[in-house]
Design a protein around this ligand. Structure first.
Ligand SMILES: NC(=O)c1ccc[n+]([C@@H]2O[C@H](COP(=O)([O-])OP(=O)(O)OC[C@H]3O[C@@H](n4cnc5c(N)ncnc54)[C@H](OP(=O)(O)O)[C@@H]3O)[C@@H](O)[C@H]2O)c1
Length: 344
């Protein structure tokens, strides 16, 4: 199909050519999206401008969240692009329920607020951002602990999930999903949900491949969406530790980037799409978000390169989630059920 030039920039990518993933509902989701979390260093206005720019170069999938505090600005961009002729049904818009809105009656309120801010009458996907109702101030220190923070309580999560299911029944949300889960937690949700999660958003990059969890999702028809696909090189300092490794400096990634004459970030995005999870890279810079999209339709990595990247996993989780810990928890590992059992 030829590109409609009123809707896609001359140097953009035809959205029809961008790979898609089929969900168990039969719906198709673009195999790459644009992240919108500015890591406290990029303004909401600049992010909203990038959303508009990204849609005009061919992105159709935008990853939003109320806690990014920019949905009202992103919504202006969505309104503008739709005014210019892009139809609502061509877009895939995700938002997320923040931790302080898990309570009875709160989920509908939170969803309505995101819809109002995004200027939409439905979301394509609504995720429970974290499986804990543990609130913390945006930007707070990683050592801070909310006094009423609790470990995962399945009964409570399912009460929140029931409210998510109601949003689907009301037509406010087309699909619902999870984020920052673990295998044992997701197993219980899959067992007890009336409407099963279509997607699980999780940290995925070459140095943190979560192969077992990735396979579990695929086997259970839960499409993985990968956040921090480039290893989030500009994440806030509070999310950095000395042990963290840097994906875009990995010799294997750098070697492949040289062969393709691209930035190592692009290799990370390519790997994600070819592996089968959906990366949601962030950048407000046109050349970067455009090259991330373009790379999904050309110069695939070879089988040997895919094998080499599979071999560089460092099990390096970057978003450790310390601020969600409860009093008495030992360390951030408690959030991630490392021994296969839910930590209480
Ligand atoms: N569900 C969750 O709990 C959760 C958690 C974290 C993130 N997320 C989502 O995931 C998205 C992505 O994660 P992230 O922003 O932390 O990390 P990321 O996408 O791995 O890394 C973003 C950084 O990579 C750089 N970059 C992007 N494309 C590039 C390219 N082609 N060449 C060179 N550099 C490039 C950008 O640099 P410049 O800024 O200089 O352009 C940007 O700062 C977020 O925006 C958010 O939507 C979700």
């Amino acid at each position: 199909m030829s590109i409609d030039e009123s809707q896609v920039a001359k140097d953009g990518v035809d959205p029809d050519e961008v790979p898609k993933r089929k969900l168990y509902t039969g719906a198709e989701i673009p195999a790459i999206g644009l992240g919108t979390f500015g890591s406290d260093r990029v303004s909401g206005e600049d992010i909203a401008k990038a959303v508009k720019g990204a849609i005009f170069v061919g992105y159709r999938h935008i990853d939003c969240a109320s806690v990014y505090l920019n949905e009202h600005l992103v919504g202006e961009s969505l309104k503008d692009v739709m005014k210019s002729g892009i139809k609502r049904e061509e877009l895939w818009i995700t938002s997320k329920l923040w931790n302080d809105m898990h309570g009875e009656g709160d989920v509908l309120k939170a969803c309505e607020k995101s819809l109002k801010d995004l200027k939409l009458d439905y979301l394509d996907l609504y995720l429970i951002h974290w499986p804990f109702p543990n609130y913390h101030e945006p930007g707070c220190d990683v050592t801070s602990r909310a006094p009423n923070a609790k470990p995962y309580i399945h009964k409570n999560y399912m009460k929140t999930w029931r409210q998510m299911e109601k949003l689907v029944e009301k037509g406010l949300v087309r699909h619902i999903g999870t984020s920052n889960m673990t295998i044992p937690k997701l197993k219980l949700v899959l067992r007890d949900a009336k409407i099963k999660p279509v997607c699980n958003e999780m940290e995925l990059h070459p140095h943190f491949q979560q192969q077992e969890f990735f396979d579990f999702c695929i086997e259970n028809n839960v499409q993985p969406i990968g956040f921090c696909p480039i290893g989030s090189p500009k994440r806030p300092d509070r999310d950095k530790t000395e042990e963290d490794t840097v994906d875009i400096e990995d010799p294997v990634i750098v070697k492949i980037a040289k062969r393709l004459n691209v930035h190592p970030a692009v290799v990370c995005v390519k790997w994600a799409v070819q592996r089968g999870h959906i990366p949601i890279p962030f950048s407000i810079h046109r050349n970067k978000y455009l090259s991330n999209l373009e790379c999904t339709i050309k110069d695939p990595l070879t089988k040997e390169e895919m094998r080499e990247i599979a071999g560089i996993d460092k099990n390096c989780r970057l978003i450790k989630g310390q601020v969600f810990l409860w009093e008495g928890a030992k360390s951030w590992e408690d959030l991630w059920d490392l021994d296969g059992e839910i930590t209480h």
